[in-house]
Design a protein around this ligand. Sequence first.
Ligand SMILES: N[C@@H](CCC(=O)N[C@@H](CS)C(=O)NCC(=O)O)C(=O)O
Length: 270
Amino acid sequence: MKNISFMWNRLFKSQLGGAFQTNKFFTQSFNLQTNTCKMSTANTVLSSSSPASGGDEKPILYSYWRSSCSWRVRIALNLKEIPYDIKPISLIKSGGEQHCNEYREVNPMEQVPALQIDGHTLIESVAIMHYLEETRPQRPLLPQDVHKRAKVREICEIICSGIQPLQNLIVLIHVGEEKKKEWAQHWITRGFRAVEKVLSTSAGKYCVGDEISMADCCLVPQVFNARRFHVDLRPYPIILRIDRELESNPAFRAAHPSNQPDCPPELPNK
Ligand SMILES: N[C@@H](CCC(=O)N[C@@H](CS)C(=O)NCC(=O)O)C(=O)O
C-alpha cells in the first residue's frame, strides 16, 4: 500500500510564497488505494475529543479535485486554518466511486463532500461550513450584523440551491452529452443574474462587505464551473471583480482544483 503525503507548506513555499506559510501547516495525505473506494480503517478512526478542542485526529475530507461543493469546504477549512487529510473520491472512475457501497455508507446521497470530524461524519457542504463556524469560531465566515448574515445566506442559497444542483454531474448525465453545455449555461446564467443583482447592494471588497464570508467560499468555485461551461461572464462585473480579488488569496489558492492531490497531472490548470 503506497502512501503519498502532501505537505502544503511546501506548496505554499513553492507556489504562493509569503504570509500564509508561517505556522500554517496543512498536511493533506491520501492513499492511492482509496481511489478504488477502499477506505483505510486507520484514517476513519476519529478522536472523540470535544469539538471545541478540535479533537486529536485530523478531520478527513472526502473530496474530488474539481467538485465545487468539496472546494467550498476546502476553502472554509483553509480559512479557519484547520489541518485536514483528503480522501479523493473519483466521480468518474469506474462509473463514479461515489456510488460504491462503501462510500454510500459515508454519504447516502452518493456525492462529495463528506467530512469526518470530531467523531462524526457530516455531509452537505453548507451544513459542514456551518458546523465549522459553530465549533471553530476563529476567522468567522458569517458577519456579526444580522442583515449582512442574511445576505451571506441569500447568496449561498442562490448558488447552492439555485445553480449548482442543476448543473451537477448526475443531472448532466441525464440531460445527455448533446444538450449538457447549453443546459448548464442556461441555469448558471439565470443564477448569476440574481447573484449579480444581490451583490450590487451587498458587496464591498467581497460578496458582503469587506470581510470574506461563506458566500465567497461558494462563489469562487461556481465561477470556475461557469468558465468550464463557457458561460459569458461579461454581464457580471461584480462577480468577476470578487473572483479576481480572491484568486491570489492563499486559502483559496490552496483549495483550487489544480492544487489537489487527485488533480490529473495533465490538467494542472483546468
Ligand atoms: N448539496 C450537496 C451537493 C453535493 C454535490 O452535488 N456534489 C457533486 C460534486 S460538486 C457530486 O458529488 N456529484 C456526483 C454525482 O452527481 O454523481 C452539497 O452541497 O454538498
